[in-house]
Ligand binder design. Structure first.
Ligand SMILES: *Cc1c(COP(=O)(O)O)cnc(C)c1O
Length: 485
C-alpha cells in the first residue's frame, strides 16, 4: 500500500516509510492511496476469528508490503481482551481499556512500537529511535508501556508535575523498562507540549542527537501506525454482535465515540469505508465542543475559551485528525485541504463548502455534554443498569441518549472508571477526600466492580527511571536520558 500526504506536496511512500516519517514533509498527514474494501465473504470470515486474527486480517490490508506486521499484531494482542458488554436495551459498551494502562490508547500503542521496529529493519535504519511525548495523562503511560523493552527505541514522557492524576503519575513513575523514562516538568501541559515541539524544531538539537546515532520521533495519533490498529475494534465489535445474534445481516450499527483529537472516530470512518455496515458515527465532545459546532454548522472555530473538564483526554481545541476526513470527503483535494489548514493556523477558523458539509452530515452526527451532565449520566446509568462509566465514556453515553435514532448502538468506552476514581465517586455522591489507592478501593467496595489488576499493582511497584526538570530544561533532560545507560 502506498501512502500520500493530505496536502499533496510530499510524494508517496510505502507503509514502513509512512510509519517512520509520522508527519509528512509538507505538514500534512499520511493517508492510504486507496481504501481496501472487504468482500462479504471476508467480512463473514472475520466472525470466526479471535481478536488477533481479526487484527492481522485488517492490518494486513494496510501493511501488505510489511509482512512482519502480522507478528507485531500477535505480540501486541496476546491476552488482550476487548469485550463488548450489553449495558442497556439497544446499547452495547465496547470496553477498550483492558490493556496495561487501562485506556484505549493501549490498543494502538502496543502495536505501533513493534511495527516501527519492523519498519526500521526493512528500511535499513540502524539509529536508535528516541520517542518524545508530551502528555496530559493517558498518552504518556501508554507510550512508555508500549515502547518498554522494544529494541532500538528509547522513550521519554514529559508530564506536568502537578497536572496528572495519581494513577497516571504512578503509571509513568513505576514503568520498569530500562528504555522508558518519565519526566516531571515544573509547569503545565502547555509548557510540556511547547518544550517537546521546541526540541523537534531545533536543528542544533537534531544534529546533537544525530551525531549520537539517535533519531527523534513522536508517537502521537497523527502517525498512521496509531490509526490503523484502531480500525480493528470496530470490525471486532460488529462480529461479536453478529455472533451474539443481536444484529441481522446488513443491519446498520451506530458507534458513539468520545472524541478529542478525532483519531478514534476517524478509524471508525475507515472501517465504514472498508465495507462495515455502520449507520452513523456519533462524535461526542465535552464542554470543549468545537467539533459539535463544526458538524452542526460547517465552521471550525478554534477561537474560543479552553475549559478543563473531568474528561481531560477530550480537552482539545484543534483536532488534528480531522484533516484526514476533510481530505477524503473533498474527493482528495489536497489544495483545498492545504488552504483550510492555512486558515486554521493563521486565523483560527475555517468554513467548509455546503457539499462537504452535506457529505459529513450523511455519516456523522454530533453532540456535547458538560461536566454536570457527565456526572449525572454516571449516576443514573449506575442506578438504572448497574454499569459503571468513566467520565469520557459517560460523555458518549449522554450524547447517545440525546441523538439516538432507530439503530442499535455501540458506545465506545475509552477508559476504566478506576483511572478517574475521584470524579466517579463524586458523581455517585460518595466521599472522595482520600488518597488514590483508597479512592480505588472505596469505588470497588461501593460497586463490587473489580479494580483492574494493572492499577492495583501500581501501589506496590518500585519506582522506575524518573527524572524532573524545569520548564526551560527539557532539552537538557532529553540529552541526559539519551546518555542514560
Ligand atoms: C485519548 C483519549 C480520548 C480521545 O481520543 P481521540 O482519538 O484523541 O479522539 C478519549 N478518551 C480517553 C480516555 C482518551 O485517553
Amino acid at each position: 500500500m502506498q501512502y500520500e500526504s493530505t496536502r499533496g506536496g510530499a510524494g508517496t511512500g510505502n507503509a514502513a516509510q509512512a510509519v517512520l516519517t509520522g508527519l509528512a514533509g509538507d505538514g500534512g498527514l499520511f493517508v492510504p492511496r486507496s481504501i481496501p474494501r472487504l468482500t462479504a465473504g471476508e467480512l463473514e470470515a472475520l466472525r470466526e476469528m479471535d481478536y488477533t486474527r481479526r487484527a492481522q486480517t485488517i492490518l494486513g490490508k494496510f501493511f501488505d508490503d510489511l509482512p512482519e506486521a502480522a507478528q507485531c499484531a500477535a505480540q501486541a494482542y496476546a491476552g488482550f481482551e476487548v469485550p463488548l458488554v450489553q449495558a442497556a436495551p439497544g446499547a452495547w459498551v465496547l470496553e477498550l481499556w483492558h490493556g496495561p494502562t487501562a485506556a484505549f490508547k493501549d490498543l494502538a500503542l502496543q502495536f505501533l512500537p513493534r511495527v516501527l521496529s519492523a519498519a526500521k529493519a526493512q528500511q535499513g535504519v540502524t539509529d536508535e529511535t528516541f520517542i518524545l511525548v508530551a502528555t496530559s495523562g493517558d498518552t504518556g503511560g501508554a507510550a512508555l508501556a508500549g515502547f518498554a523493552d522494544v529494541p532500538g527505541t528509547r522513550v521519554a514522557a514529559f508530564y506536568p508535575r502537578n497536572g496528572v492524576s495519581d494513577v497516571q503519575r504512578l503509571q509513568m513513575e513505576t514503568q520498569q523498562a530500562a528504555n522508558a523514562f518519565g519526566v516531571a516538568v515544573e509547569g503545565n501541559f502547555d509548557d510540556a507540549q511547547r518544550g517537546v515541539k521546541a526540541i523537534f524544531s531545533d536543528a542544533q538539537a537534531r544534529e546533537y542527537f544525530g551525531a549520537r546515532h539517535c533519531e527523534l520521533s513522536s508517537a502521537n495519533s497523527i502517525n498512521w501506525g496509531r490509526l490503523a490498529p484502531q480500525i480493528v475494534y470496530y470490525f471486532s465489535a460488529w462480529c461479536d454482535l453478529r455472533n451474539a445474534g443481536a444484529l441481522a445481516e446488513g443491519e446498520p450499527l451506530d458507534f458513539v465515540v468520545p472524541t478529542g483529537n478525532f483519531g478514534n472516530i476517524l478509524s471508525g470512518w475507515y472501517a465504514r469505508e472498508m465495507g462495515l455496515p455502520i449507520g452513523h458515527l456519533v462524535c461526542a465532545s465535552n464542554r470543549n465542543r468545537v467539533l459539535t459546532d463544526f458538524f452542526e454548522q460547517g465552521v471550525y472555530d478554534a477561537r474560543r475559551a479552553f475549559y478543563k473538564t473531568i474528561s481531560p483526554s477530550m480537552d482539545i481545541l484543534v483536532s488534528s485528525n480531522l484533516e484526514r476526513l476533510l481530505y477524503e470527503l473533498s474527493g482528495r483535494d489536497a489544495q483545498a485541504v492545504a488552504a483550510l489548514m492555512k486558515q486554521l493556523s493563521e486565523k483560527g477558523i475555517y468554513a467548509v463548502s455546503d457539499t462537504l458539509q452535506a457529505q459529513m452530515r450523511r455519516i456523522f452526527s454530533a453532540g456535547s455534554a458538560g461536566d454536570d451532565a457527565t456526572r449525572a449520566t454516571i449516576k443514573w446509568v449506575w442506578d438504572a443498569y448497574r454499569y459503571l462509566l468513566d467520565p469520557h465514556t459517560a460523555v458518549a453515553w449522554n450524547v447517545w441518549e440525546k441523538t439516538r435514532g432507530g439503530n442499535k448502538a455501540v458506545i465506545v468506552s475509552t477508559a476504566s472508571p478506576f483511572k478517574f476514581s475521584a470524579d466517579v465517586l463524586q458523581a455517585l455522591a460518595l466521599p472522595a477526600q482520600m488518597g488514590a489507592q483508597a479512592q480505588c478501593e472505596a469505588l470497588s467496595d461501593a460497586t463490587a466492580c473489580p479494580v483492574p489488576p494493572s492499577i492495583s499493582a501500581l501501589w506496590s511497584n518500585p519506582r522506575g527511571r524518573v527524572t524532573a526538570c524545569a520548564r526551560d530544561g527539557m532539552l537538557d533532560a532529553a540529552k541526559r536520558i539519551q546518555a542514560w545507560e
